[in-house]
Design a protein around this ligand. Structure first.
Ligand code: ZN
Length: 468
């Protein structure tokens, strides 16, 4: 049996399973940290806290019991091809980390079936699939609030650059940070996502911009994902920006991305996808195609930062090459929408970035009308979207982009899971991972309606309560 205390004493790992402190010790204060956890011979565990408290727990606490959420006022299964799959007054039974059954209204588990089952009450609550964020940049050092202040005061790009802002400032801070510091910051970022109901996210590298550094960021993502309740689907974003030292020789940097980063990230199993920022001032269409060809050759899936400020033709290229997603699309033209509609590629819309950059909203209704599947992401990153709130993205999509509430729910569950190629998350179906969120809300429409507020009561990952 392997038992150790994780990150700053906020959780333990037992045989590979991460159990947060709040699940073991509900009265523990935020400021209290676990110093030590050890197994005693008499089937108990001893936990010792930073404030001197200690507690003995029977080992049955650590055996994951089956979980029943009963009396759920509204359950969104997202299991159909349209709509949210709304069921009322039902229960969900989970065992072995998977959804076992959705129990219809009027049926109940018998007394003996309930024995040893952890029961949560869903009365007055909305239960949904664990949210899936298909676009985040969670591993970086530092933050850019000074730059935010300058932008708010009307500073130009050049003034921000002169004041030491912009992506290069995050690159400098990230390159200088230790592996442990990056892990700690990434852990906190994932915990922020979790607090808003996210149980799976995509996560990109892209703030080292040299081979060893980019691989190191992917290693941080892997290390944190193995221990944190959130599962991270890793993406190599070496082609995020041309770093300062390669400004006069961008071909050399591209060669590094194509011949070093991509083959190594793929062969070392560190990335599932490869992303490029195709935009004026970043990478051209022709360069994007070369990077994509190398990624496909190495067996990586494709995602693209496309048409954020100008339509460069990236969407049409990505759709033609069978990319999993094209992300942003604020400046997409009708021709590019038509090209996208002919493909299986998802549109990942990022309202937080549009809001922060004062860009036009992406033409969501035109995309929907063309039959393009839509996902929504936070684009959590230190420059243009410093938020981990996927529910806020739903609110912006509904209020500003003309997306229906039902489509918004699908866009953060089933469709975002599909955009990541995931087959057993994003829906509540027997056999799927038991990733669920209990929202303290009277109606599923209430959550995007009452915006900016966190309505999450409980997050369940793999059949276990991971936040409370
Ligand atoms: Zn992004």
């Amino acid at each position: 049996m392997e038992l150790d205390v994780l990150h700053h004493g906020s959780a333990i790992r037992l045989d590979g399973r991460v159990i947060p402190l709040c699940a073991l010790w509900p009265g523990a204060r935020e400021s209290h940290r676990l110093l030590k956890a050890r197994k005693l011979p008499d089937k108990t565990f001893e936990l010792r806290m930073s404030n001197g408290d200690s507690k003995l727990l029977p080992d049955t606490v650590f055996l994951s019991p089956p979980l029943l959420i009963e009396n759920i006022s509204q359950l969104l299964t997202c299991a159909d091809e349209e709509g949210v799959g709304l069921l009322e007054d039902v229960s969900v039974f989970c065992r072995g980390g998977r959804v076992e059954e959705v129990i219809p209204a009027g049926s109940r588990l018998s007394h003996s079936q309930r024995e040893g089952v952890q029961v949560l009450d869903g009365r007055g609550c909305v239960v949904t699939p664990g949210l899936v964020d298909p676009h985040t940049h969670p591993v970086f050092a530092g933050q850019r609030s000074v730059e935010f202040g300058l932008k708010a005061a009307g500073a130009t790009y050049l003034e921000i650059h002169k004041a030491g802002g912009g992506i290069q400032s995050t690159v400098d801070a990230t390159r200088a940070a230790s592996f442990e510091a990056l892990e700690a910051q990434c852990w906190r970022n994932l915990s922020r996502l979790l607090s808003w109901g996210v149980t799976t996210c995509e996560g990109k590298s892209g703030y080292a911009l040299e081979t060893e550094g980019e691989l190191r960021l992917l290693e941080v993502l892997r290390s944190v994902s193995q221990r944190h309740p959130i599962d991270v689907i890793p993406t190599l974003l070496g082609a995020h920006s041309v770093p300062r030292e390669y400004r006069e020789r961008r071909e050399d940097y591209l060669a590094q991305v194509i011949h070093e980063m991509i083959p190594r990230a793929a062969s070392e199993g560190l990335a599932r996808y490869c992303d490029v920022y195709c935009e004026e001032g970043a990478f051209t269409l022709e360069e994007t195609e070369r990077v994509f060809a190398a990624a496909q050759n190495a067996g990586l899936g494709l995602r693209l930062h496309a048409e954020q400020f100008t339509d460069q033709g990236g969407t049409a290229l990505a759709a033609h090459m069978g990319a999993a997603s094209v992300d942003h699309l604020e400046a997409i033209t009708p021709d590019s929408i038509a090209a996208l509609a002919k493909s299986q590629t998802h549109a990942v819309l990022l309202p937080g970035a549009a809001l922060s950059c004062r860009a036009p909203w992406p033409p969501a209704t035109a995309l929907v009308d063309a039959g393009v599947p839509i996902a929504l992401g936070t684009d959590f990153n230190p420059g243009s979207s410093m938020t981990a709130s996927l529910p806020l993205m739903m609110s912006l999509a509904c209020m500003q982009m003309g997306i229906s509430v039902e489509l918004a729910w699908r866009a953060v569950t089933v469709e975002s899971a599909r955009s990541l190629g995931l087959k057993d998350v994003g829906q509540i179906i027997a056999g799927y991972q038991a990733d669920l969120v209990i929202f303290d809300a009277p109606d599923y429409r209430y959550i995007p309606y009452h915006y900016g507020e966190n309505h999450v009561r409980t997050v369940i990952k793999g059949g276990q309560v991971v936040s409370c």
